[in-house]
Design a protein around this ligand. Structure first.
Ligand SMILES: NC(=O)c1ccc[n+]([C@@H]2O[C@H](COP(=O)([O-])OP(=O)(O)OC[C@H]3O[C@@H](n4cnc5c(N)ncnc54)[C@H](OP(=O)(O)O)[C@@H]3O)[C@@H](O)[C@H]2O)c1
Length: 293
């Protein structure tokens, strides 16, 4: 049985990966930082990515065949306001992990983001020029570069916005909508911001397929549909049986976020569609799968 180490097992994507990896018969090690999940089918390891010895210890203990590195500081506005902490965790922690993977002959799948692009063009392919507009996007891009330099057997998997239900912990855009609407509150949604959102289990399947194959390089993983947030919200509202009146259409220009947001970071997923057996869902399919049960 091959072993896999999932960093950020207590996060939204990490939880989905753990559950899918167990069902695919991987021996699973997973890390948490501040939130140890209550789930016993996994070898849990504490990890602080800003602490060199902590990263070394998890490696010594697990000695994995593959690492899927999802752990990161992910709140875009928090990262903008806390650049030093973000650099330690997202950049330097990733560098140490990449070096250890190289030393131990371990395959490294690094989960990056569509926010490495500036959103001026859309439909971004793997060859397009990166130009992040937020510190979070910059930190993930620096992580990409350090993975490329330090670990030969690597994949840089740039994910689009994730949605769906949490398997263990964490939350998503669709969960924020569902819980806000459940309180009867109206949600402001952009009608002029475009992404290619991906259902979290769909993403986990693609990442686990990459863990098992021999592809090396950068690959875009997203849903098969470019969509604005209002249209996404309307699909979810219909599936949940919630009134579309709970959606307030607003422009990105009206936003008051700390960090800048790009307008169109839709990903071109042709490479993944050619390379992988995983079928990439559109929002209707993904939201139905996540919420129609
Ligand atoms: N969410 C999205 O829509 C999206 C889109 C594109 C790319 N991504 C990328 O996908 C990955 C997973 O995202 P997510 O939404 O699942 O993230 P998340 O739910 O915010 O989880 C982040 C994980 O990182 C861990 N972590 C935080 N600080 C740490 C530290 N100092 N040392 C070690 N671990 C630490 C957290 O542990 P504790 O909770 O235990 O503290 C948690 O397990 C990230 O790399 C993110 O950049 C996310």
């Amino acid at each position: 049985m091959e072993s896999i180490l999932i960093t950020g097992g207590s996060g939204f994507l990490g939880g989905a990966l753990i559950v899918r990896a167990i069902s695919k018969h991987w021996k699973v090690f997973a890390t948490y930082h501040k939130h140890p999940p209550q789930f016993d089918d996994v070898n849990w390891l504490p990890l602080d990515l800003s602490d060199f010895s902590s990263i070394q210890q998890i490696f010594q203990y697990s000695n994995p065949d593959v690492v899927i590195h999802t752990a990161a500081l992910t709140h875009v506005d928090w990262c903008e306001a806390h650049q030093c902490e973000t650099k330690l965790v997202n950049v330097l922690g990733t560098e140490i992990l990449a070096k250890l993977c190289q030393e131990h002959n371990t395959r490294l799948i690094y989960v990056s983001t569509d926010l490495v692009f500036d959103g001026e063009k859309g439909n971004y392919s793997e060859e397009d020029k990166t130009n992040p507009v937020s510190y979070y996007g910059w930190s993930k891009l620096e992580g990409e570069k350090l993975v490329q330099i330090n670990c030969e057997n690597h994949v840089i998997a740039r994910s689009a916005l994730m949605y769906g239900r949490p398997a263990l912990r964490g939350t998503s855009f669709s969960e924020w909508l569902r819980t806000t609407w459940a309180m009867g509150k109206i949600t402001p949604l952009f009608y002029d911001q475009y992404r290619t959102p991906i259902e979290v289990n769909n993403l986990a399947d693609a990442l686990l397929e990459l863990a098992s194959n021999s592809f090396v390089g950068t690959i875009h993983l997203g849903g098969s549909q470019k969509i604005d947030r209002v249209t996404f919200g309307n699909i979810l509202a219909r599936i949940l049986g919630v009134s579309a009146d709970l959606i307030c259409k607003v422009s990105m220009k009206e936003a008051t976020n700390v960090a800048l947001r790009p307008q169109d970071v839709s990903l071109n997923i042709s490479k993944a569609q050619t390379l992988l057996r995983t079928q990439f869902l559109n929002c209707e399919e993904g939201l139905q799968k996540a919420y129609e049960t």
